[in-house]
Design a protein around this ligand. Structure first.
Ligand code: NAP
Length: 354
């Protein structure tokens, strides 16, 4: 086996000139948990791919609320410092381990579920990623678009398909349809043949829900949501998807149809009251999940549909802002203000170009 640089020189994929001989790379990382100011943009060693890994020259990453929880220490985890931030990536394979068959240098790929367990994060020029967590980027889709539907897209798919088992004709209610996850839920529910109701916290965000596929979009701050839902579907909702971190179960259960399914995936500290009687007498069910628990096979199944819908134009990224990786701290500050402190200023994904 020739040395990595020589092997790669013969292939000449995108980013090759940058990669050859690079011992150090730029990365956004932390040496301790804390506010956004603990994020360091500096140099770390360039990783080498293991036998079943691809070395990816990262083109784009994005910010998710979980990045904020991990960086701040809100979610206690065993971090080994320096800890590279970030769950998602999109870029180009520049080197493959000897056991990798699915990709070759030059292939464009996206992935999620990094920066978790023993996997390093993605906020860096290069990332060595197990091939089981990587998927091809469809032709005509940019790295920025692919990364912006990675974690949120897999989350939406797992909840709709694996948990709620959405069927064509179901009425799916998305509380928070303009957000990162919510905008994917709206589009995917539509692609699965559902009728979709979405809420959002401003008239601009309500307007943004309609081109995503919402049949009815409601401003949850100014309108009577329950009345609008009852007018749209007098028999009730088949699926309630909650993206807010403090669900109102009384309201949700009263609007669910018989055998309605409710999906929960946010609000670790939430301890709201629950209307047991009204819930069980309608044969309703509650489905909680965290995407990071999904197996590689489960995520691969979600990624296959995501790629098909991206290629067909049924799933589009909702990008709020694009910043350089050097501004990772600013990106974290924006996401934290919006999701954790509930300013709602961010509408869609913050993407960082590497
Ligand atoms: N379990 C998992 O696997 C998983 C995966 C991804 C994310 N999450 C969690 O899911 C949550 C959403 O993530 P995200 O990336 O979509 O964040 P995001 O882009 O910040 O979206 C938050 C959404 O919540 C909505 N919202 C806030 N308060 C609301 C209220 N009172 N009523 C209705 N909607 C309300 C917002 O609506 P407006 O902006 O219109 O006000 C927005 O659409 C976060 O807490 C995140 O940690 C969990």
């Amino acid at each position: 086996m020739p040395p990595a640089a020589n092997r790669f020189q013969t292939v000449g994929g995108r980013g090759s000139a940058d990669y050859i001989g690079r011992k150090m790379m730029k990365a956004a990382y932390i040496n301790r948990t804390g506010g956004p100011e603990v994020i360091v943009y500096g140099e770390l060693p360039t990783p080498k791919p293991g036998r079943q890994q691809c070395l990816v020259k990262v083109a784009a990453v994005d910010v998710n609320p979980i990045d904020v929880y991990v960086r701040s220490g809100m979610v206690p985890g065993q971090l080994s410092f320096p800890f590279i931030l970030g769950r998602d990536l999109a870029g180009t394979v520049v080197e493959t381990g000897p056991d990798v068959k699915r990709f070759k240098p030059g292939d464009r790929v996206w992935g999620t579920n990094q920066g978790f367990g023993n996997r390093p994060g993605t906020f860096a020029e290069f990332a060595a990623v197990d091939v089981q967590w990587l998927y091809p980027i469809p032709a005509g889709v940019s790295e920025e678009e692919a990364v912006a539907v990675s974690l949120v897209g897999v989350t939406a798919h797992l909840g709709l398909v694996q948990k709620a088992k959405v069927q064509a004709g179901d009425v799916v209610f998305v509380n928070g349809g303009a957000g990162g996850v919510g905008s994917c839920v709206v589009q995917m529910a539509k692609a699965l043949g559902a009728r979709v109701i979405a809420t959002a916290g401003s008239d601009e965000k309500v307007a943004a829900c309609r081109p995503l596929g919402a049949d009815l979009a409601i401003n949850y701050r100014t309108a009577d949501v329950a009345a609008a839902v009852k007018a749209f579907t007098p028999t009730g909702l088949n699926v309630w998807w909650e993206t807010a971190r403090e669900p109102d179960f009384d309201r949700a259960v009263s609007l669910l149809a018989a055998r309605g399914r409710m999906v929960l995936m946010a609000g670790r500290e939430a301890r709201p009251p629950f209307p047991v009687g009204p819930f069980y007498v309608k044969d309703c069910s509650l489905h909680g999940f965290a995407m990071f628990n999904a197996t590689a096979a489960e995520m691969g199944a979600a990624a296959a549909d995501i790629n098909r819908w991206l290629a067909e134009g049924k799933l589009k990224a909702r990008i709020y802002r694009v910043l350089p990786l050097a501004q990772a701290a600013e990106a974290h500050r924006l996401q934290e203000e919006s999701t954790v402190r509930q300013s709602g200023a961010v509408s869609g994904k913050i993407v960082l170009k590497v």
